[in-house]
Design a protein around this ligand. Sequence first.
Ligand code: SF4
Ligand code: SF4
Length: 106
Amino acid sequence: MSDLFQPPDGYAPRSAWQRGCSACGACCSAPDIAALGKPLGVPCVHLGAGCLCRIYEGRPAVCRNYQPDWVCGEVAPLPTLQARIERFLDIYGLLEPEPSESPDHG
Ligand code: SF4
Ligand code: SF4
């Protein structure tokens, strides 16, 4: 059985204690979630104080099926939700480039 907490090559091994959700809010904020009409990079409208879900009992299947994995160890220790969002998006290659990095129009 694969270990969801085993990071891919190039990432530091995660500590053994980080094996579950610590309610950091990143996975409720960074990805786009079609079932909720939630765009990329903004907190879900149902995310409440302490990064807890305000509709936990009625949350959609996509949320129920989400499992903590090695990414949690990369994002959860970061000090702010915004930092956690950006790290999550960066891991998945979804971080917008800096505004100064405008496309080369030739
Ligand atoms: S990213 Fe991981 S630790 Fe953070 S809320 Fe989601 S499952 Fe929990
Ligand atoms: S519905 Fe709840 S669990 Fe799902 S993304 Fe929103 S806050 Fe997170």
